[in-house]
Design a protein around this ligand. Structure first.
Ligand code: SF4
Length: 402
C-alpha cells in the first residue's frame, strides 16, 4: 500500500482571483516572495527560493535540469507560465500529457507542471517505480474541487434509488476530477474523457446505457450532448447541495443527461458580448473557444475545441488571419508570440491567468529539481493502490476509445 499524499485544498480567494489579472498583457516574472505579497496562500519554500530573482532562478533551473539528464522528464500543460513551460520536455493538454506520462518508461521521475488531478493521473498511468512530482502542492483546480467524492457517491445512490438497479446510467468524468471520482467511474462501467475526446466517449457511453451522468463540468457536458442531438429539456443539472440535486423524481426519470453543477472559472468569463465586440472590430475574425465555455459562447463562436485543437487551428491558419481565442491567457499570449504573421488575441481584455496553474512559480520547479539532484524527492503524488486500479480501468477505456 502506498501512502496517499493529499495536498491541502486551498480555495481560490477573490484576492487571488484578481491578483494576477492585468489589462496590459503584462504577466512579467517576479520573485515568489513578491507574488506572496498579493495575499496568496501557496506552499511555502525556504527563504532563499522565495527571494530568488527571476534571472537567478532561470540560471539555477537550467543547471539543475542539465545535471539530471534523462533521469527526469518535465511535462508542461499549455496553461503554464512562459518561465516554467520553457523547461517542459513535452507540452500538451491533459489528454496528450496523460498519454505521454504512460510512455515515459525510462525516466525515474516525472515532474508535472500542471495541476493536482493531472499529477494523480500521471501517477496512475506511469510505472510503479516512477515518482510523479507536483512542484507546488496547492496547485489544484477549482472545477475539480466542485465535485467531492462523498457528494458524487450520494448522487450515484440517489440515481439508483429513483431509476432502479436495472436502469443503466453511464458515468463519464472529465479528466479534471479526483482519482477517487475516476475510480467510481471505473467500478460502475464508466469512462474518463478530456475536451479532446469527449465526443468519442459519449458515443461509447450511449452505446452502453440510456443516460449519462457527466462530472464535474456542466458546460463541457452540455456542449457535447448538444452535438449528439440531445435536447436541453432532456438535461438536468445536479446541485450537490440540494436534495436529489434540486430535481424532482420525474425530472430524473425523464433526463437523458445529468450534468454536475461544476464550471471552470477561467472559461466562463468569455461572453457573447465579447464575441460581438471582436466581430465588430475585426469583421474577418475567426472566433475559437474552449468547450468549457458556456453554451451561449460556444454557439456564438466559429469553432470550439480543446487546447490542442486551438493550438493547431492557430498554427495552421494562413498568414494575415485574425483569430480571437477564448481560453487561458498564458496560452493565448504564447500563440500570439509564436505566430507573428497573424493577429491572435484573447476575447477578454482583462487578462487573467488560471489562478491554480499560475501557482507553479519557477521557484517551485527549482526547488524540486535541486531536491532530486540531492537524492530527495519532494511533493510526490501517490494515489492509493485500490483507487489507482479502479481509476485506471476508466482511463484505459478512454485511451482505447480515443
Ligand atoms: S483552466 Fe479551469 S479547468 Fe483548467 S485548471 Fe484552471 S480552473 Fe481548472
Amino acid at each position: 500500500m502506498v501512502a496517499v499524499l493529499r495536498p491541502p485544498t486551498i480555495p481560490i480567494t477573490e484576492i487571488e482571483q484578481s491578483a494576477f489579472c492585468r489589462t496590459d498583457d503584462d504577466l512579467s516574472a517576479r520573485s515568489l516572495e513578491d507574488e506572496f505579497d498579493a495575499g496568496v496562500r501557496w506552499q511555502k519554500l525556504p527563504l532563499g527560493y522565495m527571494r530568488m530573482k527571476p534571472d537567478e532562478l532561470d540560471d539555477r533551473i537550467a543547471k539543475a535540469r542539465a545535471r539530471l539528464g534523462d533521469r527526469v522528464v518535465i511535462l508542461g500543460h499549455h496553461y503554464q507560465r512562459d518561465e516554467v513551460i520553457k523547461y517542459a520536455d513535452f507540452r500538451g493538454d491533459s489528454y496528450k500529457l496523460s498519454q505521454l506520462a504512460a510512455s515515459q518508461e525510462s525516466a525515474e521521475s516525472i515532474i508535472f507542471c500542471g495541476v493536482h488531478f493531472m499529477a494523480e493521473t500521471a501517477d496512475i498511468l506511469s510505472s510503479p517505480d516512477q515518482k510523479v512530482i507536483l512542484p507546488n502542492l496547492t496547485a489544484g483546480c477549482s472545477m475539480s474541487d466542485m465535485a467531492r467524492i462523498d457528494d458524487v457517491l450520494d448522487c450515484w445512490d440517489d440515481l439508483q434509488d429513483v431509476l432502479g438497479d436495472e436502469s443503466v446510467v453511464v458515468p463519464i468524468t472529465y479528466m479534471n476530477s479526483t482519482a477517487a471520482i475516476k475510480a467510481m467511474c471505473g467500478r460502475n462501467g464508466g469512462i474518463v474523457c478530456t475536451s479532446s475526446n469527449a465526443a468519442a466517449t459519449f458515443e461509447w457511453a450511449l452505446a452502453r446505457g440510456e443516460k449519462i451522468l457527466f462530472l464535474p463540468d456542466q458546460h463541457l457536458g452540455r456542449n457535447t450532448a448538444l452535438k449528439f442531438g440531445i435536447e436541453l429539456d432532456k438535461m438536468i443539472v445536479w446541485n450537490p447541495f440540494k436534495p436529489l440535486g434540486g430535481n424532482t423524481e420525474q425530472q430524473v426519470r425523464d433526463a437523458k443527461m445529468v450534468l454536475w453543477k461544476g464550471h471552470c472559472s477561467v472559461h466562463t468569463r468569455f461572453t457573447v458580448e465579447q464575441i460581438a465586440q471582436a466581430r465588430e472590430k475585426f469583421p474577418d475574425v475567426h472566433v475559437v473557444v474552449h468547450p468549457e465555455c458556456t453554451m451561449e459562447a460556444v454557439q456564438a463562436a466559429d469553432s470550439n475545441g480543446s487546447t490542442e485543437y486551438i493550438r493547431a487551428l492557430v498554427s495552421d491558419a494562413p498568414a494575415g488571419s485574425v483569430i480571437a481565442v477564448g481560453t487561458e491567457i498564458s496560452m493565448v499570449n504564447r500563440l500570439a508570440a509564436e505566430n507573428p504573421d497573424k493577429k491572435v488575441f484573447c476575447l477578454d481584455s482583462v487578462v487573467c491567468p488560471c489562478s491554480t496553474m499560475y501557482r507553479i512559480h519557477p521557484a517551485y520547479l527549482s526547488w524540486v529539481l535541486d531536491g532530486l539532484n540531492e537524492g530527495v524527492v519532494v511533493n510526490q503524488i501517490s494515489v492509493e493502490d485500490e483507487i489507482a486500479e479502479q481509476a485506471r480501468i476508466a482511463l484505459d477505456r478512454m485511451l482505447a476509445v480515443a
